[in-house]
Structures are given as structure tokens and as C-alpha cells.
Design a binder for this molecule. Structure first.
Ligand code: 6PG
Length: 473
């Protein structure tokens, strides 16, 4: 009697994924480096399904049906290579190793290529939704060979979240595609959270609304086009009162945002690909700024504007619109990055399908993703999401408010890098002529880097230090 699938690494994500599989009727082999966690899982949750506990990796692999399917749920990093190697050594051609952690997509590409040589399928699967999602239905982004998806896909789609009956799991693409898409998901998660934080901060500073009142504002917003998991839990966090001090919990939490790296990776990759993901980058940098207490303490004495609170509740609707517009920009940029990576790595990503599997289960799940899916359904080759009719219309409606919000924030000295950079991106793309022409002129002046002309073909250089005549290069 062999197990259908196995999970090694039984920290909370691995344990919940194993339980999710068992609850769906699969026999699940379970293994952990320290056997205590394996025993605890079976003792506590053994009644939920069929578990095959294994004390060591040898018996773990031996307890799996062929072709073997083993999911690794360990903390991403150097440790992953060791676990993969030990598993692979016990496996046979045709078997599958799934890495369900937040691995860097380049690591996944390397591992997939190495295992492919040995006939073993390596599947880098992004899994989103935290502990709760792993247990009750995550969003799953698996990359790897098509062949491996035939054996794994039905199980993954079975345990994934469903929206309108459609599973939030699909084949993403070859080698590192799944982990890349998960990485961009996390980058967008950073941008979303930054925009929410700016909305909260600005309304609190400018309008004097309390955290409890702001919880009500976010609750209202969650009934409209902003409806999403992150807006929903923002209301929960803002409503929380600290039991010890009686103060809003948000005022007791240290204001230093941490990060484990996926947002930074997204920006690093975007720099390589040449895709301006300003929303994600500003979010990563805002976290970095918050993490420099010495500089912040020193800078507290710097001059600020005289203007104090400006508005009452009338700013609320403007901020809602600015948030929505900036969110559209952040997602458009993230989808651009996936399109660029797809071209660069030959993944043939279906962007509409990515929006579809993000509708449920994951941290950025939102009604909004249906609009993105529809936009790509209408036109697979959309140059930018901003010009899809639904979004172009929303931006047109929001832009006055958006400009007002950015101006107000600047006037009273509340930093809104997310709102401001999104607006700058929007205006930059819209421009008929950009000052990039001046930059080209300067480059040609100091370094003879040449330029092209609007009125004729060719590459040109002006003899800046001589007679200033133009020559064709
Ligand atoms: C998810 C989350 C998950 C994790 C983030 C947190 O999709 O379930 O994104 O992967 O909570 O990595 O990231 P930071 O610690 O970098 O904020």
C-alpha cells in the first residue's frame, strides 16, 4: 500500500499542505528531518486522512507510488540543494521532485537542468496563501516539464483554491517559470501593501482619522472595486486594540518593515530585463528606509512644511481613487515584467492564465484580477494593461483625484512614493516627447555615444569640441 504523493519538511506550510492533500483523499507520505514533527502531525491530524509517516528519506521515497511525486517544503536556500540531492539519489528516471518553497527562479532553472540530465523531473512550484491557504486551498504556480504536469496537475488543481469552480493552479511554463511568477506575485504584494500603507498614513495625517475610523474606511472600500484580501485584513489590523496598553495595535508595533527577499529579487530581475517596475521598487525601498533608525533619528530635526492637517473626510474618496489608479500601474508593471521574462527565457507565459490563478488562494487575491484576465482575453498582445478599455477608463476617472492626493501629500510632507511614482510612470508613458532626447544629447556631448534623429535613418554624432557639425556615424 503506497502513498500517492509525499511531503518532506513539516514546518507549518509543509504540514498544512500535507493535511490538505490527505483531506482530499490522497495517501500522503510525510517526512521531516527531526522525526518529532512527523509523529506530532500523525498524532494530531491522523484522523483527517491517510498518512505514511517515514523516519528517514530512504523509507519516505520507498513508500511512494511510481512515478514518485515528492514535494519539498523547506526554507529556500542552500539547504534545498542538499535535500534535492539526497532525494534524487534515491529516485529513478520519471520521478518528480517539487520544490514548493520561495526559491529564486535562477536556482530553479539550474536545478531543473541538472535533474533533467538524470531523467528526473524538477518542478519549481510557487505556492501562495500562507498557512491558511496551504491548508484550505492555496494558489499554485508550478513550472517544469509538461510531462510532469500531467502527473501532478490534477492533484495540484484538486487541492488549490477555486474561484467560480476554476482552480487557482495551472501549468505556468518550463524550468523556472513557476518560481518567477510567484516572485512577481510577491513583488506585487509588496506594492499593494505599500499603497495601502500610504493611504492609511495620508488619511490619518491629513484628515485626522483614527485607526478605528480608518478600519471603517477600508471596510467600505472592500465593498467596491478595491475588494481584495489585503484591503479586508487591513481593516482587521487597524481595528485591533492592544490588550496591554489599550492603544491601537498599529501604534504599538515597531515601524520597521522586514523582508525575506522576494521583493528585492523582483526588482533585481526587473533591472536586468529593463522593465520599469517602479511600484515594486518603491515598496522595497520604503521598507529599507524604515529599517534605518539611526538615520531616521538624525533626520527628525530636518525642516518640514508649515501646513498641518488639511482636510476632513473629503479626501477619503480621492485617496481611494489614487489607490486604485496606482494599483493598476503596479500590476501593469508586474505583468510587463512577466511578459519580458517570457520572451527572454522562452517560457510562452499565458498572462491571462496567471491573472486567473491569482484570483483566489493567494495573498493578492482580488476581484480586480478578473478585470486583468478579461483584458488579456480580449487582446493577448496588449502592449500595456493601462490601455485596456476598463483600466484606461478607470484611470481617466481617477486621475484628477490622484494628482490632488500626490499634491496634498507633498504639501503637508507625508511621503507617498508609491502614489507619486505610479503617477510619474503614467504621465511618462503618456508623453508624446520625453526629455530622453536631452539625455541622448548629453551622452553624445561627453562620450560621443551618438544619437538617432526623428527625421532620417542612421546614427549621428555632433562634433561638440570642434566645429559642432553633425556627422553620420
Ligand atoms: C505568499 C506570501 C509568502 C510570504 C512572503 C512574505 O504568497 O503566501 O507572499 O510567500 O508571506 O514571502 O514576504 P516578506 O517576508 O518578504 O514580506
Amino acid at each position: 500500500d503506497l502513498a500517492d504523493i509525499g511531503v518532506t519538511g513539516l514546518a507549518v506550510m509543509g504540514r498544512n499542505l500535507a493535511r490538505n492533500l490527505a483531506r482530499h483523499g490522497y495517501g500522503v507520505a510525510v517526512h521531516n528531518r527531526s522525526a518529532g514533527k512527523t509523529r506530532a502531525l500523525v498524532e494530531e491530524f491522523g484522523h483527517e486522512g491517510t498518512f505514511h509517516p517515514a523516519e528517514d528519506l530512504e523509507s519516505f521515497v520507498a513508500s511512494l507510488k511510481r512515478p514518485r511525486r515528492a514535494i519539498i517544503m523547506v526554507k529556500a536556500g542552500a539547504g534545498t540543494d542538499a535535500v534535492i540531492e539526497r532525494l534524487a539519489a534515491l529516485m529513478e528516471p520519471g520521478d518528480m521532485i517539487v520544490d514548493g518553497g520561495n526559491a529564486h527562479f535562477e536556482d530553479t532553472r539550474r536545478r531543473e537542468a541538472a535533474l533533467r540530465e538524470r531523467g528526473i523531473h524538477f518542478v519549481g512550484a510557487g505556492i501562495s496563501g500562507g498557512e491558511e491557504g496551504a491548508l484550505n486551498g492555496p494558489s499554485i504556480m508550478p513550472g517544469g516539464s509538461r510531462e510532469s504536469y500531467e502527473a501532478l496537475g490534477p492533484i495540484l488543481e484538486d487541492i488549490a483554491a477555486k474561484v467560480d469552480g476554476v482552480p487557482c493552479a495551472t501549468y505556468v511554463g518550463p524550468d523556472g517559470a513557476g518560481h518567477f511568477v510567484k516572485m512577481v506575485h510577491n513583488g506585487i504584494e509588496y506594492a499593494d501593501m505599500q499603497l495601502i500603507a500610504e493611504s492609511y498614513d495620508l488619511l490619518r495625517q491629513a484628515s485626522g482619522l483614527s485607526p478605528a475610523e480608518l478600519a471603517g474606511v477600508f471596510r467600505e472600500w472592500n465593498a467596491g472595486e478595491l475588494e481584495s484580501y489585503l484591503i479586508e485584513i487591513t481593516a482587521e489590523v487597524l481595528d485591533q486594540v492592544d490588550a496591554g496598553t489599550g492603544r491601537p495595535l498599529v501604534d504599538v508595533i515597531v515601524d520597521r518593515a522586514e523582508q525575506k527577499g522576494t521583493g528585492r529579487w523582483t526588482v533585481q530581475s526587473a533591472l536586468e530585463l529593463g522593465v520599469p517596475v517602479t511600484g515594486i521598487a518603491e515598496a522595497v525601498f520604503a521598507r529599507a528606509l524604515s529599517g534605518h533608525p539611526e538615520q531616521r533619528a538624525a533626520a527628525r530635526s530636518l525642516a518640514g512644511p508649515d501646513e498641518g492637517p488639511v482636510a476632513g473626510r473629503e479626501l477619503v474618496e480621492d485617496v481611494r481613487r489614487a489607490l486604485y489608479a496606482s494599483k493598476i500601474v503596479a500590476y501593469a508593471q508586474g505583468f510587463d515584467q512577466m511578459a519580458a521574462a517570457s520572451r527572454e527565457y522562452g517560457w510562452d507565459l499565458d498572462l491571462g492564465a496567471m491573472a486567473t490563478i491569482w484570483r483566489g488562494g493567494c495573498i493578492i487575491r482580488a476581484r480586480f484580477l478578473d478585470r486583468i484576465r478579461e483584458a488579456y482575453d480580449e487582446n493577448r498582445e496588449l502592449p500595456t494593461l493601462l490601455t485596456a478599455p476598463a483600466f484606461a477608463g478607470a484611470l481617466a476617472e481617477a486621475q484628477d483625484s490622484w494628482r490632488k492626493v500626490v499634491a496634498t501629500a507633498a504639501r503637508i510632507g507625508v511621503p507617498t512614493p508609491g502614489f507619486s511614482s505610479a503617477l510619474a510612470y503614467y504621465d511618462g508613458l503618456r508623453r508624446d516627447r520625453l526629455p530622453a532626447s536631452l539625455i541622448q544629447g548629453l551622452r553624445d556631448y561627453f562620450g560621443a555615444h551618438t544619437y538617432q534623429r526623428v527625421d532620417k535613418e542612421g546614427v549621428f554624432h555632433t562634433d561638440w569640441s570642434g566645429d559642432r557639425a553633425e556627422h553620420q556615424a
